[in-house]
Design a binder for this molecule. Structure first.
Ligand code: ATP
Length: 214
């Protein structure tokens, strides 16, 4: 069988000396989405960071296309777009510079004009040259999400609270972009406290419970 997506087996995470979760098995293939749910502090962000190889699990492993992400490194990061809770936006850079920097760190060659177009797609054309420090929370979130509108969108999107701080029009636009990504065979792993099911070939739901006692 051809390995086509993101898988974990027996994933476990310990933070601050306590078990956040154990034995998490994930299997997300092309066109599928995983909605990670749970209360504040249940470990959603911690899980997403493990999936992206940004932290190590206390047990288990993460596989992308059949290989451990620890061995894949750059090959995995080329296929992945991770947008964290805070979006990684730098206050002293403009919206456009933030977008360009984020893309270039991910190894994506992006021209200024493409960045402007992507920012226009998320309704930020008028403020693209403003320092991010002068943007609202929702506008900062949109800067981070503009990465979805650059020419090359990686197949795997891992998005931590992407709908937070967005107004209804922006949330609708994001939902449409993610549904389009899934329809084209991409994969989305996301968290949200809002009732926002994406249209996927299969929508997996993972509910993280309260932390287990050590
Ligand atoms: N590096 C760390 N050291 C110690 N504790 C940590 C660390 N990272 C996370 N935690 C703890 O792990 C728990 C889970 O945090 P996490 O951010 O994964 O939760 P979450 O489900 O994303 O929460 P929220 O819904 O509030 O965003 C929290 O109690 C947090 O304080």
């Amino acid at each position: 069988m051809v390995a086509t997506g993101l898988r974990t087996h027996g994933l476990a995470c310990v933070r601050g000396g306590r078990d956040l979760f154990r034995a998490v098995d994930i299997d997300v293939s092309a066109g599928e989405a995983l909605w990670v749910q749970g209360r504040n502090g249940s470990g959603k962000t911690s899980l997403l960071r493990l999936l992206c190889g940004l932290a190590l699990p206390s047990a288990g492993a993460v596989h992308w296309l059949g290989r451990d992400v620890r061995d894949l490194r750059e090959d995995f990061y080329r296929d992945l777009l991770y947008i964290g809770h805070a979006g990684g936006i730098k206050d002293d850079l403009t919206a456009a510079e933030n977008l360009l920097l984020g893309a270039r760190i991910a190894g994506q060659a992006v021209e200024d004009q493409q960045a402007q177009q992507a920012l226009a797609q998320v309704g930020l054309a008028a403020v693209s040259r403003l320092p991010a420090a002068r943007l609202s929370q929702g506008q900062r979130k949109r800067v981070a999400l503009a990465r979805l509108h650059l020419a090359r969108r990686p197949p795997l999107l891992v998005l931590d609270e992407p709908f937070n701080a967005l107004d209804q029009a922006a949330a609708d636009g994001l939902q449409a972009a993610l549904n389009q990504h899934l329809a084209q065979g991409g994969m989305v792993v996301y968290t949200t406290h809002q009732p926002l099911a994406l249209q996927a070939a299969r929508l997996h739901v993972l509910e993280l419970g309260p932390a287990q006692p050590c």
